[in-house]
Design a protein around this ligand. Sequence first.
Ligand code: SF4
Length: 439
Amino acid sequence: MLDFEELEKGFTEEEAIAEASRCLQCKNPLCVQGCPIHNRIPEFIQAIRSRNYAEAIKLINERSNLAVICARVCPHSDQCEGACVLDKKGKGIKISKLERFLADKEMELSLNRVMEKVAVIGSGPAGLTVAGILAREGYRVTVFEARPLPGGVLRYGIPEYRLPKQMVDKQIEIIRNLGVRIDTGVVIGEALTLDQLFSMGYKGIFIGTGTGLSRKLGVPGEDLPGSMQAIYFLETVELVRESRLPASHLPIREGDRVIVVGAGNVAADAARTALRIGAASVDVVDIMAESERRASDKEYFEALHEGAKFQFQTSVAQIHGDSRVTGVTLQGFAPRQIVDGQSRFLPIPGSERELPCDKIIVAIGQKPFARIVSTTTGIKTNERGYVHTQAEPHYGMTTRPGVFAAGDVVHEPQTVILAMREGRRVAEAMDTYLRSLHL
Ligand code: SF4
């Protein structure tokens, strides 16, 4: 009977590290020149020496998709090993065996990884990005969404005229087809805590819940009926549009005189939505100068074109009314200045003026909900409620191992594309972290 057992045995971990430690880390590495695909040989050898196997595997995978096979069948003695500067003395580095050591480790890991569960909290742009990337990598991903339908800000924050919800549904279907499970109506921090998710077998958790709490103006009359937060307004309009609420729930009626406070993209969305519902007038006031407005040019000029009137260096000092909003006192402000080392807007005495109105929409920013953090130990936030994350070695990991975060829960709200970009970076870091649990 012929013996077909694999001839050459691989390195043990100690052998691999000893071999990697012999590498001279040449400035002009001849091994790379000898490699037909220019593998990053000295770098992955250095990563093995530091026992950073996840990094070493990543470096190999940059150039090679078939490392398990290459390590065994490539003619290394004619390529990288033959070119190694130490080969002339008969002491060339066994690059193929180091590559095989890593490739076998990764194979073992991939087979384990398929079984691993990852929880993604929030189905906005960052959450969907992380879910899609990790599902493609073979993880079993469950997205937990508090609302009845997935999409987060894509569904409830961006109006239909800018982003048709049919497109959001299609994108979510693509994510589902990757094997991602989406559980809606589940509030993490209430129905389930992070500790419970870990005990249910989730090895990694991503928090992408965005910013659900609106900042208040802090002026008299703010709680009168008719004064509302922009994210509540936009979400309610969407729920009515989806027929999940009756039209009688629309917070703005035809003919209403509306004041929007703030001049970011959310304010512009609120102003344009109010005009579409039939508001008689929409005045947008913002404490900053026009040159400092946060709304993009596109949003700003389209809102102007559609009939919104902007008043800069102006804010609401008081909201009037008995049983509902009837008007406001507006206050003029000087341009931003530094007072005692702090950036301030100072009111201009005598600039107060009255403006009658029926509705006020406040759009001066949001901050994250505290419910996940407050029901979990070990996750630090800053004084403004944003979650602390690390830059290295696992980008986006919070102060609790295995829990990552990105998007508006980590910093001031940004655009969708920036949330997706960050989601991608964090997903890659989660993958590296989850692999390292097996190394
Ligand atoms: Fe290491 Fe040899 Fe490459 Fe130099 S040529 S970096 S010694 S493997």
